[in-house]
Ligand binder design. Structure first.
Ligand code: BES
Ligand code: ZN
Length: 942
């Protein structure tokens, strides 16, 4: 046995030769100050050259002790990890990042030390790993305890065990410490096997001052005195889970609590003066947990669920098991200042994070390449759960936008398959993008429609049961959905029951030979979105599928190479004027045809956009749609109308349809009463406007502005400046008035100025109608005095909802100096928190007076930005994409390229740089193709 151990060891040495391991770090590990180099370690070199840990040491249980000190802003800790050794070895390799390791020992099952000396610890910083050397071989089949003592500063950013602060109404600054681990930052808080498939149980103990509280995944089982006036909270042992879901917080927050039907204690925590804003979240969380318990038919397994609003939080929220963490705007609802959109957002975020308690926490993807199994599902469950628990919010009206967002990025060449390789932390962080979230959700929506709600639900319940406390691959999901039972399943009779319904329904599409895996692989393993082109030929509908690309036309020499090999199994649906039925057809070849009959006058493909594909109606097909909408638009559902508008303008951008045809199509909108197609049409025009107003095209800009205002005059005039009405009405009002004022509509400006004057006179105490506050503030921000008052209110407001409205308004100023000041404040991170910098930059870039400013700011402060947010984070991606998104000239394209060249090493690791270039390229082409058409079209309208 010992011999085998030595062999394993020597093999590791061999594998090191010529590897990119930084042998400098490996052979001379940085020693904590005052520590002696452990005997013998000088001759050792790091035993492991891969990014992923060896699979033959399995962590079973972590006993974790932590003592954060909120005054010195540091923490110390110790961890005892029970490991199961499955190969003889002298080494334990695990993750650790930025931790000072002061001591490592290994004990056997009887808690006897394997060595009487402190063990050598080698560091491999670029892989964020440490290796602990045991002079005695750890034997295969045995269990050991690995004990490590460590310490570090509380992190300054938003990952690991990090510091956050808030200010009380008396001006006092208070500190708290919180964690964010996903995807790879648990290793910043304690040494661990930081990969999603190393699931283990965790017992956490935290030392704290008596006036503070501590929270972790599980409830406290006891609190004991720990000397030095400290208390130690001991939390119950957790269920088996991945390291990225561990969480702890030490703070002075207050909470409200309620209980679900099945007895789970739900609490909402917020800083003491904000606890009045917690009641809505409490109601939502209780309802959602009850809903998921029933929908998944699996009880939430922990005795409690805490939801906490952390003042400094980089993303939107995080699903740590039993202790979900949120940005304040994602959790706190203030009846006086939160708008209907804020309310909807909070509801969806809670729905999302609680969905993860099953999708992600109970069943976890095997590796980060399939993070869509977490995020795509959680995004999709937002819609299912909010629809069921808060039907008045009409959440289904937004689902199309999730799909549109997915199509938007998937129709650029820079896109990626939903499931794509990711190894290092920078690559892994970039997996949290539109492909995983939005395309994931949209493809699941397609699948649910294909299989029917009931079969889909039963399939995912089967998947959740079968892989509970385990990890899953895509194939496991397809098998569960298709009800392909393994022999073992049949024998146990537990998780797999025969349902002929899935196949019965599939017959509707595919006849007898449905291969769900083959079908789903075309959506998950292949990037891009199909364009289905339909043509009428007598009684037939001819179909062709291509990859839809917005930057490349068929005439482009690149076209054929970019199309090569792409093929999808598309569950097509269509409706005609001949009947009310939804027809189905599974298209698995590049061209195909369907018999629809001679008598049919129109065919609308992709009913309610339940399929993830764009449709092009060739040979006068779009003219027919335009006519239909003008004559009888309610013959189509609001979703169908919205999708037609979306598809038409996508095709315009791609060069398949001329702009005037698109503009003609939305001509019917003066008859439209549904807010979703109205907003879609408005949004398309607004998108052009935002681009054109940043170019020196004064005449076109003015005419487009006049056209939009004239065209939507009646519906703008119908709006009241209040919070009354249904959710849809409120949302439409908010969008319309914001656009009208942005377009300098005199009645809108007048009304907003009046309201702002009253608000100023009240010294900010008057509560404006929440849905129009944005607009009122942004008009008020045009005057120096208004801007200064808003900045002052921003600084003292205790409502995150209010602050985000004001920050938006401040970025609407036309004074470049003010915009610059905002960016500087964001960089400084005091008045404007760092967490808000990326959205601040996005908003400044939206402003014609700010878009160059924002870009120059990125170039000037690039290193600082990367350091603060980490390469690969969503913040860095949105900074890159958000500050270049409005560029549309070849000169601007060249400038962006030049900057990316100058940061080549980083740029090459970032997908966002390619997305940004694709985007600008797309805008450049849009101008080349459409500017004259738009000019002429507008002239005709005058
Ligand atoms: N698991 C994520 C949090 C996360 C995001 C971790 C990025 C690591 C990298 C969480 O469930 C999530 O998806 N949060 C969203 C908000 C949510 C409502 C869509 C986010 O933070 O953007
Ligand atoms: Zn999520």
């Amino acid at each position: 046995m010992a011999l085998l151990g030595l062999l394993v060891l020597s093999l590791f040495h061999v594998s090191l030769v010529g590897s990119h391991t930084s042998s400098q770090h490996a052979s001379s590990p940085p020693q904590p100050a005052g520590e002696q180099s452990p005997e013998g370690s000088d001759n050792l070199s790091f035993p492991w050259s891969r990014l992923r840990l060896p699979r033959y040491i399995i962590p079973l249980h972590y006993d974790l002790h932590l003592h954060p000190n909120l005054t010195s802003l540091s923490f110390t800790g110790s961890v005892q990890i029970q490991i199961d050794v499955q190969n003889n070895t002298n080494w334990v390799v695990l993750h650790s990042k930025g931790l000072k390791i002061s001591k490592a020992t290994i004990l056997d099952q009887n808690l006897t030390h394997l060595s009487d000396k402190v063990l050598p610890v080698l560091h491999h910083p670029s892989h964020e790993q440490i290796g602990i050397f045991s002079p005695r071989v750890l034997s295969s089949g045995r269990k050991y305890f690995l004990c490590i003592e460590f310490g570090a500063e509380l992190a300054k950013g938003f990952y690991g065990f990090y510091k956050s602060t808030y200010r009380t109404s008396t001006g006092e600054t208070r500190t708290l410490a919180s964690t964010h681990f996903e995807p790879t930052s648990a290793r910043m808080a304690f040494p661990c096997f930081d990969e999603p498939s190393f699931k283990a149980n965790f017992t956490v103990r935290i030392k704290r001052n008596p006036e503070l509280i501590s929270l972790s995944n599980m409830p406290i089982v006891k609190t004991v005195e720990a000397g030095d006036d400290l208390l130690e909270d001991q939390f119950d042992v957790s269920v088996k889970m991945s390291t990225y879901l561990v969480a702890f917080v030490v703070c002075d927050f207050k909470s409200v609590t309620a209980t679900t039907s099945s007895g789970v204690q739900v609490s909402i925590y917020a800083s003491p003066e904000k606890w009045q804003q917690t009641s809505y979240a409490l109601e939502v969380a209780v309802k959602m947990l009850d809903f998921y318990d029933e929908y998944f038919n699996i009880h939430y397994p922990l005795p409690k669920q805490d939801l906490i609003a952390i003042p400094d939080f980089e993303s939107g929220a995080m699903e740590n098991w039993g202790l979900t963490t949120y940005r304040e705007t994602s959790l706190l609802y203030d009846p006086l200042t939160s708008s209907i959109s804020d309310k909807l957002w909070i509801t969806m975020v809670i729905g999302h994070e609680l969905a993860h308690q099953w999708f992600g926490n109970l069943v976890t993807m095997e590796w980060w390449n399939d993070i869509w199994l977490n995020e795509g599902f959680a995004r999709y469950m937002e819609y299912i759960s909010v629809e069921a628990t808060y039907p008045d919010l009409k959440v289904e009206e937004y689902l199309l936008h999730t799909c549109f967002a997915a199509v938007g990025s998937d129709s650029l060449n820079s896109s990626r398959p939903i499931s794509s390789p990711a190894e290092n932390p920078t690559q892994i962080k970039q997996m949290f993008d539109t492909a995983s979230y939005d395309k994931g959700a949209c493809v699941l929506h397609m699948l649910r429609h294909f299989l029917t709600d009931d079969v889909f639900q039963r399939g995912i319940v089967r998947y959740l049961r079968k892989y509970s406390y385990k990890n899953a691959l895509n194939q496991d999901l397809w098998d569960s959905l298709a009800n392909t039972c393994s022999e073992e399943d049949f024998i146990s009779g537990k998780h797999c029951y025969s349902s002929s319904q899935a196949s019965k329904n599939a017959y509707l599409f595919a006849g007898e030979h449905l291969d769900l895996t083959a079908m789903m692989n075309t959506w998950i393993l292949q990037k891009g979105v199909p364009l289905v082109t339909v043509t009428r030929k007598g009684p037939h509908l001819l179909l062709r599928q291509d990859r839809f690309l917005r930057t490349v036309l068929p005439s482009d020499p690149l076209w054929s190479s970019l199309q090569k090999g792409f093929l999808w199994h598309i569950p097509l649906t269509y409706k005609t004027d001949a009947s009310n039925t939804i027809h189905r057809h599974l298209m698995t070849t590049q061209t195909d045809s369907i018999h629809i009959g001679e008598e049919v006058s129109w065919v609308k493909v992709n009913t309610d956009m339940t399929g993830y594909y764009v449709v092009h109606y060739e040979d006068g097909g779009w003219d027919k749609m335009t006519k239909l909408l003008r004559q009888n638009h309610t013959a189509l559902s609001y979703k169908d109308r919205t999708q037609l508008i979306h598809n038409a303008f996508q095709l315009v951008t791609a060069g398949h349809l001329s702009l005037d045809k698109g503009l003609d199509l939305i001509g019917y909108l003066q008859l439209e009463t549904h807010n979703v197609p109205l907003l879609q049409g408005l949004g398309s025009l607004q998108a052009f406007y935002h681009m054109i107003e940043k170019r020196n095209e004064i005449d076109v800009t003015r005419k487009l502005r006049m056209h939009i205002l004239r065209f939507f005059r009646a519906v703008i005039d119908q709006q009241t400046w209040s919070d009354g009405g249904s959710v849809s009405e409120r949302r439409l009002r908010s969008e319309l008035l914001s656009l009208a004022c942005h377009l300098d509509d005199p009645p809108c400006l007048e009304r907003a100025r009046q309201s702002f004057k009253h608000w100023l006179q009240s010294k900010g105490t008057l509560n404006l109608p929440t849905d129009v506050a944005n607009t009122v503030f942004s008009v008020g921000a045009q005057e120096d005095r208004g801007w200064a008052s808003l900045l002052h209110t921003y600084n003292i407001s205790s409502s995150a909802a209010q602050k985000s409205k004001i920050l938006f308004a401040l970025t609407c100023s036309r004074d470049a100096n003010k915009l610059h000041r905002l960016l500087e404040l964001g960089l400084e991170g005091k008045v404007i928190r760092s967490q808000d910098l990326s959205s601040l930059m996005f908003m400044v870039a939206r402003n014609p007076q700010g878009h160059r400013l924002a870009w120059n700011f990125v170039k000037k402060n690039w290193d600082t930005l990367v350091q603060r947010f980490q390469l690969g984070s969503s913040c860095i991606s949105s900074i890159i994409i958000g500050t270049t998104g409005h560029f549309s000239s070849p000169e601007e394209l060249a400038e962006v390229q030049l900057f990316f060249e100058s940061i080549k090493e980083q740029a090459s690791q970032l997908r966002a740089t390619r997305v940004a270039l694709d985007n600008v390229q797309k805008n450049v082409r849009w101008f080349q193709r459409n500017l004259e058409t738009l000019r002429n079209w507008l002239n005709q309208q005058m």
